[in-house]
Design a protein around this ligand. Structure first.
Ligand code: ADP
Ligand code: MG
Length: 347
């Protein structure tokens, strides 16, 4: 048994992608061990609040809870919006990743991803939350860098590469070269805004009010970044509350409708990528011609968004195979493989 194998069996170090929508945890030597919604349900009885569910269990309650339970997403735009709740959530996920054990032989080292736009204060907050949640050493790693490593891009070689990560809250665009970010930009356009656009589109067109989960389901099932070739495309029955009668009702929504609702947001993503390319130096730009663009994050699974981006840029575009987990995967590899040590900041 090699030495690294030995360490992988004894250590309980983990890497965490603390997303706005999903938290993914990678455990050294074991790979992805947890992938759950970043949602916390809080119950308030007689003026006293307590956490009653975290993760998948809490998400099931979204929009269906009685008055005394509210669901909270403690991350906003990739940074902590609610410190106390975020800490509880991180602690819960760390324990769960270790099979529910809250007492570990030693405090695990934790690599945690941060969006490139995070301020020093926001970085400190994430680091502090991880420490309070039980971490030993905390390493911070840029999310785009982690995504690139997870997607298998040659980040330790002097070759430029572009990563476009569409998450729940933001789209992060980065050009990477030699273990660093040569360019990065972030816009507040992501899966959440797509869901909102679908909700308001259906309200305008059909006078139907739908819930958050329904909007997301429409996006995943018949959402598309481009209008369907045959004009109408697939369609889907959608239930909600009719705003005129006040009663439950059902309408049929088409793929073409949804593409229309999403077109502004898709345009903003494309525009962000174009301005990133315009600001990339000629040597890196030349690399991008060969390497193309790699898309990650749940939003990159929107049908035909890769086509749209390829057409707008003239570059090859691929969606990473493990789009939803590759940030955590890359952070985990950075933690495991000394070759990547230079990309992380130790605090
Ligand atoms: P974050 O990193 O912010 O937590 P993720 O990368 O996990 O976000 O992506 C979550 C977003 O991806 C959600 O808005 C979700 O609705 C969206 N998503 C997941 N699957 C698809 C799909 N097939 N088509 C479009 N959007 C999707
Ligand atoms: Mg993400």
């Amino acid at each position: 048994m090699g030495l690294s194998r030995f360490f992988s069996l004894t250590s309980n170090d983990i890497a965490i992608d603390l997303g706005t929508v999903n938290t993914v945890v990678y455990a050294r030597g074991r790979g992805i061990v947890l992938n759950e919604p970043s949602v916390v349900a809080i119950e308030t009885l007689n003026g006293v609040s307590r956490v009653c569910a975290i993760g998948a269990e809490a998400k099931l309650m979204l929009g269906k809870t009685p008055d005394y339970i509210r669901t909270v997403r403690p991350m906003r735009d990739g940074v902590i919006a609610d410190v106390d709740i975020a800490e509880k959530m991180i602690k819960h996920f760390i324990e769960k990743a270790h099979g529910g054990r809250s007492r570990l032989p030693r405090r695990p080292d934790i690599a945690i991803c941060i969006p490139s736009g995070a301020t020093m204060v926001e970085r400190r907050a994430i680091q502090q939350a991880a420490s309070n949640a039980g971490a030993g050493k905390v390493y911070l790693i840029e999310e785009s860098m982690a995504a690139a490593i997870g997607a298998g891009l040659p980040v330790t070689e002097p070759i430029g590469a572009m990563v476009v990560d569409i998450g729940g809250g933001t789209t992060e665009v980065a050009v990477l070269s030699l273990r660093g970010l040569a360019y990065s930009n972030s816009v507040r356009v992501g899966g959440d805004r797509m869901d909102e656009a679908i909700t308001s589109g259906i309200r305008r067109r059909h006078n139907l009010l739908i819930g958050e989960s329904t909007a997301e389901r429409i996006k995943v099932e018949i959402g598309s970044a481009r209008p369907p070739a045959d004009g109408h495309g697939r369609s889907m029955r959608v239930k909600g509350r009719n705003l005129l009668s006040g009663f439950p009702a059902e309408v049929v929504v088409s793929e073409a409708d949804v593409a229309g609702f999403l077109s502004d947001l898709v345009g903003q993503v494309v525009q962000t990528v174009r301005s990133a390319l315009e600001q990339t130096g000629p040597e890196l730009a030349a690399d991008l011609c060969d390497q193309g663009i790699v898309m990650t994050g749940g939003g990159s699974l929107l049908a035909r968004i890769d086509e749209e981006l390829a057409e707008a840029t003239g570059l090859p575009v691929i969606v990473a195979e493990n789009a939803l987990t590759c940030v955590a995967l890359g952070a985990g590899q950075a933690l495991e493989d000394p070759v990547y040590r230079g990309v992380m900041a130790e605090s």
